[in-house]
Design a protein around this ligand. Structure first.
Ligand SMILES: Cc1ncc(COP(=O)(O)O)c(C=O)c1O
Length: 393
């Protein structure tokens, strides 16, 4: 029923516990870790040539990433995580005095803090709308009009997650982007959970988004410390990088290869000395996705979510939002209260055998237990999770 991917992970996966918290950081296929390790050695053999070779490889990576998320490589920039990519996007926005930043009550804490930081620095205001209406059985159109109704005369930018970390609810971005564009409100998307989980397409449904940042070290299973930013070509001229470096002025050294022809990608490139091992590890990760087929991997993830959801349903344990909704949850989330008496040691369910690790995201309202299986999870692991959790009902 499930494709067994165990062999691809066995070298580094700890099988002494059941990891159902892939939503925090995914496990890499072993080849990805092996490549990172090998890259450190190769670089060390000749540090000078290693540095010089970086730009061509980074550009090739942007091209591969572009193919994966259907975006142009010149609209992308690589960063170690979404928090940094969003910092550059949000802190770099040039908003008129007195502007309001609008966001929702479901955003990730670190991102909320970027908004407060931006507001304080530029003397702007920030407002978080209560997004509880997304739990209702509403359509994508209704969700968008609820958000749009909250726009004030001062609102200049709306910052929102693609997939909310605490409940997995998924923003209908295509409709939202069109509605906000018509009102001259910029749309900045925190896509921390989307790459690898959803089929992203920046030439189609995401083309009217203005700014987007996505993690590669969650569902995409990329090396820890890999993420990207995407900026709509309409706004690239206005966007300045947070730091000056070799490629941030107009005159770019010829050795920078393809970046010389793409001013935005060049400005955003981290062209200073650093270790590239994590980024290069993405090459094996793209190979892994190509070999297995990206649609196939996404389906295998979803099958595992469905299996858990159906398994717990048998015991009348209901997820916060079913999978058959316009704004369905992409992550499997439950009220902790659905499991009376459950206790945790960190993220482990107390007294579970084998130990079960879950997500306990911080969300407004009630405490949430989040199950985020990935392809390394076997059917036996999921059965043991269902058995552990069903004991609490
Ligand atoms: C919705 C959301 N935004 C942002 C982040 C931050 O990701 P990172 O720590 O990789 O920057 C996370 C991490 O879990 C998240 O879930």
């Amino acid at each position: 029923m499930f494709q067994d991917f165990s062999a691809a992970f066995e070298k580094y996966k700890d099988t002494f516990f059941v990891n159902l918290n892939n939503g925090t950081l995914g496990l890499c296929p072993s080849v990805v870790i092996d490549q990172q390790k090998a890259e450190l050695g190769t670089f060390e053999h000749n540090t000078s040539t290693g540095y010089g070779a970086a730009w061509a490889r980074l550009w090739a990576l942007q091209e591969r990433l572009g193919r994966f998320i259907k975006a142009r490589p010149q609209d992308l920039f690589l960063r170690p995580n979404v928090t940094l990519a969003l910092n550059e996007i949000i802190m770099g926005l040039q908003l008129p005095a007195d502007s309001e930043i609008l966001s929702t009550s479901f955003e990730y804490g670190a991102v909320v803090n970027i908004l407060h930081f931006k507001a304080r620095k530029d003397r702007l205001s920030v407002r978080f709308i209560n997004a509880d209406f997304m739990y209702d059985e509403i359509s994508a159109d209704e969700a968008v009009s609820k958000i749009v109704s909250q726009i004030s005369d001062k609102t200049r930018v709306f910052v929102v997650s693609h997939v909310f970390t605490g409940n997995g609810l998924t923003m209908p971005l295509e409709k939202l982007a069109t509605a906000l564009r018509a009102r001259d409100v910029l749309l900045v998307v925190d896509g921390a959970h989307a790459p690898g989980l959803l089929d992203l397409n920046f030439t189609n449904e995401l083309k009217n988004v203005d700014y987007y940042a996505g993690n590669l070290h969650k569902w995409f299973m990329g090396p820890k410390g890999t993420a990207f930013g995407w900026v709509n070509p309409l706004f690239q001229d206005q966007m300045q990088p947070a730091y000056g470096s070799w490629t941030t002025e107009e005159k770019i050294l010829p050795g920078m290869g393809a970046y010389c022809d793409h001013p935005f990608a060049a400005r955003m490139l981290w062209s200073h000395s650093m270790s590239y091992a994590s980024l290069y590890g993405l090459e094996s990760c793209f190979d892994f996705w190509d070999q297995a087929g990206s649609e196939f991997i996404r389906t295998e993830i979803q099958k595992r979510m469905n299996y858990l959801e159906d398994g717990l349903n048998q015991f009348k344990i209901k997820s916060l939002k079913g999978r058959h909704s316009d704004i369905a949850s992409s992550l499997l989330c439950y009220k902790v209260g659905s499991f009376p008496g459950i206790e945790f040691d960190g993220l482990f369910v107390r007294h579970s055998k084998p130990q079960l690790q879950v997500g306990l995201p911080r969300v407004p309202g009630w405490p949430v237990l989040r199950l985020t299986p990935h392809i390394h999870n076997t059917r036996e692991e999921l059965d043991s999770a269902i058995s552990t959790l069903s004991k609490f009902v």
